[in-house]
Design a protein around this ligand. Structure first.
Ligand SMILES: Nc1ncnc2c1ncn2[C@@H]1O[C@H](COP(=O)(O)OP(=O)(O)OP(=O)(O)O)[C@@H](O)[C@H]1O
Ligand SMILES: Nc1nc2c(ncn2[C@@H]2O[C@H](COP(=O)(O)O)[C@@H](O)[C@H]2O)c(=O)[nH]1
Length: 186
């Protein structure tokens, strides 16, 4: 059966990383770890949450796609994707919507698009605060063009994406379970 990568996209704070962690814990679906030049947040671990890079080391990898988001570089490597697929039929990756569009263009239906969002966008700032992000970083992010762009699912992905409204974590887990079960029984 065909391999797929679950592409988790959506606004900052909506719960993309939380869903990726749940997919790993509940379903054994590993996450492709991407690269970034941003500073590590408290509790983050190099190699688990990201490969944290300097501007110089960032340039040395082979990226399927890379973007700038709120003033920092982010990129997903060909090697990471292929290594994930070597061991697993289903893997996940967390991307912004620009990266998700590139994944769809490059991988076609092998990129399984999930747009994670909330019904009330005012909760996003509160979630970032609760996560412990620095207030200057939160404000910079909330005012970035990338944050504003990702509040809406891009038109070109609209017909192809599963929309997961992550207002209530218990409900979200059930939606995620149903999506994975549908794939497993295919
Ligand atoms: N349904 C929920 N209800 C309340 N809090 C939640 C819910 N889902 C996730 N969170 C919390 O919100 C915060 C942001 O979640 P997460 O880091 O998964 O978001 P994200 O979309 O990956 O954000 P970013 O793009 O900024 O990295 C975390 O502290 C997480 O525990
Ligand atoms: N296009 C890509 N987007 C990525 C990649 N790695 C992460 N991201 C997205 O960046 C923003 C910011 O992430 P954060 O961890 O600093 O909050 C978020 O939307 C991620 O989904 C990547 O390799 N390519």
């Amino acid at each position: 059966m065909e391999k797929r990568v679950i592409v988790l996209m959506g606004p900052a704070g909506a719960g993309k990383s939380s869903v990726a962690s749940y997919l790993k814990k509940r379903w054994g679906i590993p996450q492709v770890i991407t690269h970034t030049t941003r500073q590590m947040r408290t509790g983050e671990i190099n190699g688990r949450d990201y490969y944290f890079e300097s501007p110089t080391s960032f340039k040395k990898n082979h990226y399927l796609e890379k973007v700038e988001y709120s003033g920092h570089q982010y990129g997903s490597s060909h090697e990471g994707l292929l290594a994930g697929w070597q061991q697993n039929r289903l893997i996940s990756i967390v991307l912004d919507t620009k990266g998700a569009a590139t994944y769809r263009q490059e991988l076609g239906q092998r990129a399984w698009l999930w747009y994670i969002t909330v019904s009330d966008v005012t909760v996003l700032e509160k979630r970032l605060e609760k996560r412990g992000d620095q207030s200057a970083a939160i404000q910079k992010r909330l005012h970035s063009t990338e944050f504003k762009r990702d509040l809406v699912l891009p038109k070109i992905l609209k017909n192809d994406a599963n929309v997961v409204i992550n207002d209530d974590w218990e409900k979200t887990k059930k939606v995620v379970d149903a999506l994975v079960e549908g794939f497993e029984s295919d």
